[in-house]
Write a protein that binds this ligand. Structure first.
Ligand code: SAM
Length: 233
């Protein structure tokens, strides 16, 4: 038996590439995303009453990586990148059905000219197709006594430092998106490097909005070296 689903909406996100996206929602609460609902799901009736909820579940397709298929065992970054667990014991993107699930804060529901949801803290790539939205119901779904397996708390955070050059470039940006500095700092504090990489000489780039943020990581500290403005397509 096969089932066919179509997206009800698409995500607009500052995360333009996979590298640098937090590994779970709410780790970078400075991220502001929009879920644009698509016709016919963008009728105001479809979201009536949703504004009463503070958080929503977003079900989405890992569309950028789904062509790579799946493996029964995966190496979660939280286990250092070597130990393996079963795909169903992980939140890995490569799954038999490449469907993701993120709990995100709902900031606003807008119904002028279609319908869109303003979201905070989501871990989603720009262009992600969304299959469904459901309100989060705290009395059923908040389980503080639950065991978290190998994910027993938030990941360690790096200190983040701005070089003078990057600070100058930030100040010189014309009309930057609101909260850009906080977004950069929170993303880098997550340590976006793959689990097995620790090369202080290596310079990385994370693309946020239309900016390439160049940085390196040394002795537990991320240094922001440069902000490059990319050509918009
Ligand atoms: N919270 C979700 C879950 O548990 O299903 C996602 C967890 S998954 C580990 C989070 C990662 O998915 C992000 O760090 C990003 O690299 C990746 N990702 C986000 N949107 C994606 C997309 N549309 N296609 C492929 N990968 C995506």
């Amino acid at each position: 038996m096969t089932y066919t689903f179509e997206p009800v909406g698409v995500i607009r996100s500052p995360y333009r590439e996979k590298f640098g996206i937090p590994r779970q929602p709410s780790l970078v609460d400075a991220a502001r995303l929009t879920l644009e609902l698509l016709p016919p799901y963008n009728h105001p009736d479809c979201v009536r009453g949703l504004e009463a909820f503070s958080h929503v579940w977003i079900q989405f397709v890992f569309h950028q990586t789904m062509a790579r298929g799946w493996q029964p065992l995966v190496r979660p970054p939280r286990l250092g990148g070597n130990a393996k667990v079963g795909v169903f014991a992980s939140r890995a993107t490569h799954r038999p059905n490449p469907i993701g699930l993120s709990l995100v804060e709902l900031l606003a529901v807008e119904t002028d000219d279609g319908a869109r949801l303003r979201l905070a803290g989501a871990d989603l790539l720009d262009g992600t197709p969304v299959l469904d939205v459901k309100p989060y119901i705290p009395f059923v779904e908040a389980r503080p006594e639950a065991r978290g397996g190998f994910v027993d708390g938030p990941p360690p955070q790096l200190d983040v430092h701005w070089s003078d050059a990057a600070l100058g470039q930030l100040a010189a940006l014309s009309d930057p998106p609101a909260g850009l500095a906080a977004l950069i700092e929170q993303v880098l504090a997550q340590d976006p490097r793959p689990a097995y990489q620790d090369d202080p000489a290596r310079i990385y780039g994370v693309v946020l909005h239309q900016y390439n943020i160049r940085f390196n990581i040394h002795a537990g500290r991320a240094e922001i070296l440069e902000i490059q403005t990319l050509a918009q397509n």
